[in-house]
Design a protein around this ligand. Structure first.
Ligand code: ADP
Ligand code: NA
Length: 333
């Protein structure tokens, strides 16, 4: 049996979106405050550099992400909050997992296929090996639960496969079989311009996403222009079938309001989007504005952010180092 422990990470690869907030960060805060698990949260800069990052921008994005975590409610006294590259055990365990995982597993990953595109020969080796590093991120803490958005489901299955194969190959029961925690109304927030694409910080269209740092006018404008259909909101969930854009806005509202989709539709059913959209943008501004204000305040003191990250790395290492040492011992190193 393993100590209940939550681990998750976010890449410092540019501004945070509403998708990152509702699908990941807000859930991290909820799990921290439930208090039934130890919580370990990480800025995964080593994942970010699997595609090119300008060094100065990466440094800034890492601090900004740390400020985002804290502004959203992660308390460095309740959770371990740190930057991946400062805890070398991640890379060390990842190498062992590179030797456990199979090429075929990596080549089947849809994120690899999407991000590498047509020219796979020219993608970095790190982009292909990304899920083995992610397995190491999780398993170097013996994490039992990993809250993520729906797009990470396949990588978490691979993490379980790595743990199972390692345990089997070496005849041990050493790594836990981690549970993905993919819950709530916003496990997959979609683009505001195209209901078939997920909202992402890497989408070239800024109108497709709400950034955590957007001001009230920008949020209102993006929601006003969000693609919808001409029908009114239904009063039951089955009325959202085959209406991905309508479903997306309702999901966003439900997650922000901390209500079920059913409850939202009972209240909003019958309203036209022209009426619902301003209600949604008011709620989004009410929830996001305090976070972006606090982020900006924290960013004025980068030395304090670095101090928090340094302390977090030390705490993380205290858990990771003995687990890595034991892994080396099992492997015969
Ligand atoms: P991105 O996909 O924006 O580059 P990351 O890969 O760093 O961000 O993902 C960080 C976390 O945010 C992951 O748990 C991921 O599943 C979640 N996430 C990212 N985009 C969305 C989205 N559109 N809806 C819900 N969760 C998301
Ligand atoms: Na992602």
């Amino acid at each position: 049996t393993f100590t209940p422990r939550v681990f998750s990470g976010i890449q410092p690869s540019g501004g945070l979106t509403l998708g990152n907030y509702l699908g990941a960060m807000k859930r991290f805060v909820d799990m921290q405050n439930e208090g039934s698990h130890e919580t370990v949260y990480c800025m995964v800069d080593m994942h970010a550099i699997t595609v090119w990052q300008d060094p100065d921008k990466l440094r800034r994005a890492t601090r900004e992400l740390c400020a985002g975590f804290i502004a959203a409610g992660i308390d460095p006294n309740k959770s371990i909050l740190f930057n991946q590259s400062q805890v070398a055990e991640h890379a060390q365990l990842a190498w062992i997992f590179n030797c456990v995982a199979r090429m075929g597993w990596m080549q089947r990953m849809t994120q690899w296929k999407d991000k590498a595109g047509k020219n796979q020969q020219n993608a970095s080796l790190g982009l292909l090996a990304y899920p083995a590093l992610m397995a190491a991120d999780i398993l170097v803490y013996h994490a039992t639960h990993v809250p993520v958005g729906d797009d990470q489901k396949q990588h978490l299955e691979l993490t379980r496969d790595v743990a199972i194969k390692f345990n089997h190959d070496y005849g041990v029961d050493f790594f836990p079989i981690t549970e993905p925690v993919i819950e709530g109304a916003a496990t997959r927030v979609m683009s505001l311009r195209d209901g078939s694409k997920k909202m992402s910080k890497s989408d070239p269209s800024d109108a497709s996403r709400i950034n955590m740092t957007d001001d009230a006018d920008t949020i209102a404008k993006k929601i006003r222009k969000a693609k919808t259909d001409p029908d009114a909101l239904p009063s039951e969930e089955k009325g959202l079938e085959d209406r991905p854009e309508a479903r997306n806005l309702v999901n966003i509202y439900a997650a922000l309001a901390e209500q079920s989709v059913d409850a939202v539709l009972r209240e909003m059913g019958g309203k036209q989007f022209s009426e619902f959209k301003p209600i949604l943008s008011d709620l989004a501004v009410e929830k996001l504005a305090p976070i972006s204000t606090e982020m900006a305040r924290l960013m004025q003191d980068p030395a304090e952010i670095d101090r928090i990250l340094g302390h977090g790395a030390q705490q993380a290492r205290e858990i990771a180092a003995p687990i890595l040492k034991k892994t080396y011992d099992i492997v015969g190193m």
